[in-house]
Design a binder for this molecule. Structure first.
Ligand code: ZN
Ligand code: ZN
Ligand code: ZN
Length: 165
């Protein structure tokens, strides 16, 4: 994963989110241009919906939004668009929430880790390299080959902690 341009935890501080979303959309368009994927209207709209906030969305929530905008009410409409975005690294699937989040730096392949606030559902994508390396070392000591690591930490974000104080 490239350096976190806004710093880890930027999602948990007040900020001008239009910068996040427009940059991510830009990077996504560039990446697809390189890879040859096509950002059809429904795929683009799905990405824009995911980019509206630092929260993950379930497929049905996305489908409701797409249906309200005239893209149809069939679940495959949302599932196919989300699958495309995940496949091309423009969005990630969060196992724990069974939901999807737009990738905020889709420029390069990476396996993210997530911080998930249990109070407001905000999420932040953070680099998982060091954790995966450490786990890989432990695993290989046990003769185990790791294919995939999912790191999702649940807790309280800075905004909620402050509101509580
Ligand atoms: Zn933002
Ligand atoms: Zn990402
Ligand atoms: Zn929170």
């Amino acid at each position: 994963m490239p350096e976190n341009p806004d710093g880890i935890g930027a999602a948990f501080a007040p900020h001008d989110h239009s910068h996040c979303s427009s940059r991510a959309l830009n990077d996504a368009t560039e990446r697809l241009a390189t890879e040859g994927g096509r950002l059809t209207p429904v795929r683009r709209r799905t990405l824009e919906i995911l980019l509206e906030s630092h929260r993950a969305m379930g497929a049905y929530e996305v489908l409701d939004r797409l249906a309200a905008e005239g893209f149809g009410r069939q679940p495959p409409v949302a599932y196919r668009a989300l699958e495309f975005l995940v496949q091309h690294g423009l969005a990630h699937r969060l196992q724990r929430l069974n939901a999807f989040a737009a990738c905020l730096h889709p420029g390069a392949d990476h396996q993210p880790a997530f911080l998930i606030c249990s109070e407001c559902d905000r999420i932040a994508e953070v680099p998982s390299g060091p954790m995966r390396d450490a786990l890989g070392d432990v695993a290989s000591g046990a003769g185990f080959v790791v294919d995939r690591v999912t790191v999702e930490a649940v807790g309280t974000c800075a905004i909620c902690a402050e509101a509580r104080a």
